[in-house]
Design a protein around this ligand. Structure first.
Ligand SMILES: [Zn+2]
Ligand SMILES: [Zn+2]
Length: 133
């Protein structure tokens, strides 16, 4: 599967815990994951599912097209944490993340480090949700 940003660059597959598969682009270091896989991981670590994160859509910002089905990706921003955003394909549920919570890259990380980065990112994204619990 090609990177949504770097056309013609195939993403590398990395298998994480609980059979969650991520794809990482060697060119721009962004990460692609299926929402179902990600939600399973988040819920396992007591974080909200993607549906319950409570972000807001930014329809002004173009994030490219889904490499699977060529649908335009929708940018979802955190309502509370400035600068945290991801893009999602509403057709296939693919989710695309270009940087982790600290703005660092995913490239060259071990699978368990990628899990940590994902949990940190969506934990920060979901901070208001967490405060309600
Ligand atoms: Zn790329
Ligand atoms: Zn798609």
């Amino acid at each position: 599967m090609d990177c949504p940003r770097c056309s013609g660059v195939e993403m590398n597959e990395v298998l994480l815990e609980q059979d969650a598969l991520v794809r990482i682009c060697e060119e721009c270091s962004s990460l692609w994951i299926d929402t179902a896989d990600l939600t399973r991981m988040l819920v396992h670590h007591n974080l909200p599912s993607i549906d319950a994160l409570g972000g807001r859509e930014n329809l002004e910002e173009a994030a490219g097209t889904c490499p699977e089905d060529m649908t335009d990706l929708t940018v979802i921003e955190s309502a509370q944490n400035d600068g945290l955003a991801f893009a999602m394909c509403e057709l296939c549920g693919g989710l695309w993340l270009s940087r982790n919570a600290e703005g660092k890259e995913f490239l060259g990380k071990k699978p368990e480090e990628i899990v940590e980065e994902l949990l940190a990112f969506f934990g920060a994204f979901a901070a208001p949700w967490r405060a309600r619990v």
